[in-house]
Ligand binder design. Structure first.
Ligand SMILES: [Zn+2]
Length: 245
């Protein structure tokens, strides 16, 4: 068991003296792999003054740094499987308690399972707060496959921006517009891994959506149905509208 450290003390102080006046906002973007969660979150977060927290990026960062957590999940992720709930929860909790995220976060890629959704609600409840919205981006399987197979990601871990070779190509082929690092195809965006991810998603998403529709407070669940013919601005507009309703 970890000792109560400076970071925990700082979190406790924020929670006790700042939160009563300015409650942090917790919003999650859900949907299949390639649904555009990262794209929406990266535009929405600065607009709302919140942090974009991608559990996928947190996990890839741990893998790149070769931490104990990274080693444990590396093989699973590369096969297109999910990291175990308790490990993801551990790394997410640490990120949520960071002073940098004290105004609230837009979660991208979490929760992915019913168990994770329940753990998140329990964690927030223990802090006296609650999830504000679960925004569900629902695309057809054909649209998801088209997006994933042509997705390219910035190799710079602190940037991690993603591109689509047809819909959103980089200005200079093979290089990130933001930081000029090389773009690569994530191992889990390879054809075999895509099939596994979509299969996993189908199995996990049904109980997750019914949880948000029926077990959480009314108005938490918001359904958005983007298609590949919509621009990202059109999708963002729908999400903004859902958040204000
Ligand atoms: Zn970049």
């Amino acid at each position: 068991m970890k000792h109560f450290g400076i970071a925990d003390l700082r979190f406790w102080l924020t929670q006790t003296f700042v939160w009563p006046f300015r409650k942090p906002r917790f919003i999650t973007l859900l949907g299949g792999p390639g649904a555009g969660k990262g794209t929406v979150a990266s535009q929405l977060a600065p607009a709302l003054g919140l942090t974009h927290l991608s559990t996928g990026a947190l996990i890839r960062n741990e893998i790149a740094q070769g931490t104990d957590f990274g080693k444990q999940v590396k093989d699973l992720i590369e096969k297109g499987a999910l990291a175990p709930d308790h490990l993801v929860m551990q790394i997410l909790t640490r990120a949520l308690k960071s002073p940098a995220n004290s105004r609230g976060v837009i979660l991208d890629g979490f929760p992915r399972t019913l168990a994770q959704a329940q753990m998140l609600d329990q964690l927030l409840a223990s802090w006296g707060v609650a999830l504000e919205k679960a925004v569900w981006l629902e695309l057809t399987e054909a649209d998801l496959i088209e997006r994933l197979s042509l997705r390219r990601t910035c190799s710079n871990q602190t940037c991690g921006r993603s591109y689509h070779l047809t819909f959103e190509p980089p200005k200079l082929a093979g290089h990130c517009d933001a930081c000029n690092s090389a773009l690569y195809q994530r191992k889990d965006d390879a054809p075999e891994a895509i099939r596994t991810r979509l299969e996993t998603y189908k199995q996990e998403s049904a109980p997750l959506s019914s949880y948000y529709k029926s077990s959480t407070a009314p108005g938490v669940f918001a359904l958005i149905v983007p298609t590949n013919s919509m621009t990202k601005e059109m999708v963002l507009e729908k999400v903004v509208l859902a958040l204000s309703s």
